[in-house]
Design a protein around this ligand. Structure first.
Ligand SMILES: *Cc1c(COP(=O)(O)O)cnc(C)c1O
Length: 360
């Protein structure tokens, strides 16, 4: 078996040791005589799996007790509706910072349920930067301000949070969750889909300040009601049991390798290797403002469509797969999530260096 270095934006690589552990436990979890896939979600064994997963996530992210944490379904996209349904609950207004497609989709979805306003946008330069905002850019009676923390498609990240004063900040952290330390207390609510840094697609984690919940609109579907999900401890109905189990294995892996700070150091080292190469290359260049660069998603281009195509084909043939950029940016994109080893980025940079020499 030859595993490739998979630079996919998501679903993406999982740590090899996690896959092996899941494989070893596939047919029988502990001494239960059954797979986690076959287990009742009300069994004591599963209870322990889900409780441990939540506790480990709380520990890794340093989530205070006045925040609820729960696992839910429907991908990041379902949260684009759940957020306004649950939180546009005082003045039916919310302000969005539109920094890419995911933020735009969330903004459009919120417009179905209330008065959503784009308070700032970086659409003017194809989302290649994070717009600077001041407190006065946000309506003082907005129920929340929404950001997409890391823009998976464009490769930008909020390296500094907007100042929203007393207005709660809500963030989509799907593609940067657990990649670096995050001060949860700065947010009213965070959510993240699993398939970038945490687990197979199909589970989402929501972290919400308790006092934000309990005021959902009457039309809110029961399954999207945060208070109901939080009070049921992720077990209102059958949860995505196996995905939560894998998430739990990933949380254990993070703890084993030294916690969030160790993960962050690794990620900085990997990103620096790639960005330093891009900054010194004459053929490849990054596509976003340096100050707003993402640690996780690194888009880059050459100035020839033909070379881009050749690069994507040849890199894949060399075991470096899924490097094709998103169609709205073109060129290439390397997603270097937590599970991408340093050696994978090194192999990519060495390949880019060789490709540049051979083709110039
Ligand atoms: C991948 C992604 C989503 C969408 O997730 P789905 O699970 O496909 O709905 C939303 N937001 C961000 C930032 C993402 O990277």
């Amino acid at each position: 078996m030859a595993r490739v270095y998979n630079f996919s934006a998501g679903p993406s690589m999982l740590p090899l040791s996690v896959l092996k552990k899941a494989q070893a436990e596939l047919l029988e979890y502990g001494t239960t005589g059954q797979s986690v896939m076959e287990m009742s979600h009300r069994s004591k064994e599963y209870q322990q799996i889900i409780e441990t997963a939540e506790a480990d996530l709380r520990e890794i992210m340093n989530i205070p007790d006045d925040y609820d944490v729960f696992f839910t379904q429907g991908g990041g996209f379902t949260q684009f509706a759940a957020v306004p349904l649950n939180l546009m609950n005082k003045n039916n207004k919310a302000d969005y910072v539109v920094t890419g497609q995911w933020a735009k989709k969330a903004f459009e979805e919120a417009g179905k349920y209330g008065d959503a306003k784009a308070a700032a946008s970086s659409a003017d330069k194809n989302f290649s930067y994070i717009p600077k905002t001041k407190r006065s850019d946000f309506r003082t009676d907005a129920d929340y301000v929404y950001i997409c923390m890391n823009n998976t498609i464009y490769g930008t990240k909020f390296n500094e949070l907007p100042d929203t004063g007393d207005i709660p900040l809500v963030a989509d952290i799907s593609s940067c969750m657990l990649s670096e330390p995050l001060d949860v207390t700065k947010f009213g609510l965070l959510f993240g889909g699993a398939q970038k840094n945490v687990a197979p697609a199909g589970v989402v984690m929501v972290i919400a300040k308790k006092d934000m919940l309990g005021n959902a609109m009457d039309i809110t579907p029961t399954m999207l009601n945060y208070k109901i999900q939080a009070d049921a401890k992720s077990l209102f109905n059958t949860p995505p049991c196996y995905n939560i189990y894998v998430a739990g294995l990933v949380f254990k892996w993070i703890k084993e390798i030294g916690g969030i700070n160790a993960v962050y150091e690794n990620n900085k080292r990997k990103a620096k290797l790639l960005y330093d190469f891009l900054d010194s290359s004459k053929m490849f260049k990054g596509t976003v403002e340096k100050a707003d660069r993402s640690l996780m998603n690194v888009p880059f281009v050459t100035d020839s469509e033909e070379l881009n195509k050749k690069f994507i084909a040849e890199s894949a043939a060399n075991g470096l797969v899924n490097l094709k950029g998103h169609r709205t940016v073109g060129g290439m994109r390397a997603s270097i999530y937590n599970a991408m080893p340093y050696e994978g980025v090194k192999a990519l940079v060495e390949f880019m260096d060789r490709f540049e020499k051979e083709n110039s």
